[in-house]
Design a protein around this ligand. Structure first.
Ligand code: SAM
Length: 249
């Protein structure tokens, strides 16, 4: 049931086409609109996001979430059985929910350590009838050591959860060999990239590419860092809860 008092999100078909070579169907646009409404409603009780204006929500939550997987979108859409994707520290569901909407044949797991966020997201998934997307409550440090999750995902997404080294330590243990971690960043310094190269090697991966781009409305700088898992991650990673942030690699 849509709420007639919620502002309409912009559709932006030309921008989707030019930047991602993709456009939402009418059903996907309706799911984006319902997601927006539910997040505005949820914001009254939970501190979910400060991004509430429709153009800003479109750019910073919808477009930004999908821009990170743009190079992979064709790839994951074409996999017959569907790629398995995990969004680590999903918060209100970003980037994982837009990915689940845009790529229906992939399976998306939304991981967060906060119960109230997971409960809220479960309500969203039911309302959107998003059957390819599920939730997981826990800390990335613990989930990454559990056999049912370790080395189990093709793609790990992680946005606004920590420094690039912390993100790498959370993400790489969860990936299958050959899998890809995508770290979404605003700005990213040369020093961070140099440190990351050493960190990623310790975790059994390589920094495959780094993309810098501008967002299409506010022209803000963004970076996406693509880390490929090339070897088994040593068993001691991820380290115990809190250690990756207290003693970054
Ligand atoms: N990814 C979302 C986004 O970009 O809008 C949310 C970012 S929010 C700033 C960070 C989220 O990561 C919070 O919801 C927090 O509970 C979660 N988080 C932080 N550390 C975590 C950990 N070690 N394991 C799982 N979730 C974590």
């Amino acid at each position: 049931m849509t709420n007639p008092t919620t502002p309409l999100l912009p559709e932006m078909p030309e921008i989707w086409q030019q930047t991602l070579n993709w456009q939402p169907t009418a059903q996907q646009q309706a799911q984006f609109q319902r997601l927006y409404e539910l997040i505005l409603e949820g914001n009254r009780q939970l501190n979910l996001t400060r991004i509430t204006e429709p153009h800003e929500f479109w750019e910073k939550h919808l477009w930004d979430s999908l821009r990170g997987i743009a190079p992979q979108m064709r790839f994951i859409s074409s996999l017959q059985t569907g790629a398995s994707v995990i969004d680590i520290g999903t918060g209100a569901g970003f980037p994982g929910i837009p990915v689940g909407i845009a790529v229906p044949n992939c399976t998306v797991t939304l991981l967060d350590s906060t119960r109230k966020k997971i409960t809220f997201i479960e309500k969203i998934l039911t309302e959107l009838a998003l059957t390819n997307t599920n939730t997981l409550m826990g800390r990335a440090e613990e989930i990454g050591q559990q056999s049912q999750h370790r080395q189990s995902y093709d793609i790990a997404l992680i946005r606004a959860v920590g420094t690039v080294s912390v993100c790498a330590e959370y993400a790489l243990p969860l990936l299958n060999q050959g899998g890809l971690a995508i770290i979404y960043r605003g700005n990213c310094t040369e020093d961070e990239i140099t440190t990351l190269q050493t960190t990623v090697k310790q975790l059994g991966g390589v920094v495959e590419s780094i993309e810098q781009f501008l967002t299409p409305i506010s022209t803000s700088i963004r970076h996406c860092l693509y880390l490929r898992k090339t070897a088994t991650t040593p068993a001691n990673f991820p380290r115990a809860v809190g250690v990756p942030t207290q003693k970054p690699l």
